[in-house]
Design a protein around this ligand. Structure first.
Ligand code: ADE
Length: 225
């Protein structure tokens, strides 16, 4: 699977996409991520990519031309299944969406920045707008990292333990049960006895019941979906 990310701040994406599971997935050829600086397509001699909004509001707006040309260049090289714009007014990102996106081949992510982007990009070029939550970030770069992270970890081989992505919170609309590791007792705090019992059926039953109980208490709306 391949991600192309268009941004005006490529450095912001550096660290999150180059460590741990994503780093390994990239090294093993499971995922490719290519980050492109939109300024490379600017025709301005100072590589400017923003301008004042028509109508005289405060803030700057990302211009149509550099984004149009960037998308045109990338599309001339391959077909994209989705051209996603990260924005607080997009569809709310969910585990289901991550699952669906993980089945795609080529995804182009356009990171919003400044006050926003010339609306013609959204009308004519973008196929989908995604928000990672009801709050406003300084730009869509962190949202793009969240999206890549959530999708790439689902790709076969990305995680050491093949089953662990399937037992995540949200995969069955339930929060994950609590987990513990050694020592079984620390500071007088004991791990639940059932986990030390060595009885897989009992442990399964306990984990299911904990998942249900935690969901009911912390995120009851998930049980309604
Ligand atoms: N850009 C700014 N805020 C955002 C959000 N909440 N989700 C996605 N992109 C954003």
């Amino acid at each position: 699977m391949r991600f192309d990310i268009l941004t005006v701040v490529p450095d912001l994406l550096d660290s999150p996409l180059n460590h741990s599971i994503l780093k390994r997935a990239r090294e093993n050829g499971i995922a490719e991520i290519h980050v492109h600086d939109i300024r490379n397509w600017s025709t301005d001699r100072h590589r400017k990519v923003d301008d004042y909004p028509f109508g005289g509001d405060a803030g700057m707006v990302m211009q149509l031309q550099p984004v149009y040309d960037a998308i045109a260049t990338l599309r001339s090289q391959r077909d994209y299944d989705e051209i996603i714009y990260t924005s607080p007014d997009g569809e709310r990102f969910t585990q289901k969406m991550a699952n669906t996106l993980s089945l795609k081949k080529n995804i182009l992510v356009l990171c919003g920045h400044y006050k926003g982007i010339d609306h013609r990009v959204r009308e004519h070029l973008v196929t989908r707008e995604i928000s990672i939550g009801d709050y406003v970030l300084t730009g869509g770069e962190l949202a793009a990292c969240v999206l890549c992270d959530a999708v790439i970890r689902l790709l076969p081989g990305a995680m050491g333990d093949e089953t662990s992505a399937l037992t995540d919170s949200f995969q069955d609309n339930l929060l994950a049960p609590p987990v513990y590791t050694r020592p079984a007792e620390f500071n007088g705090w004991r791990v639940p006895e059932v986990l030390l019992s060595g009885n897989p059926a009992l442990i399964d039953e306990w984990q299911e019941q904990q998942a249900y109980e935690r969901t009911r208490r912390l995120r009851p709306e998930l049980l309604q979906e």
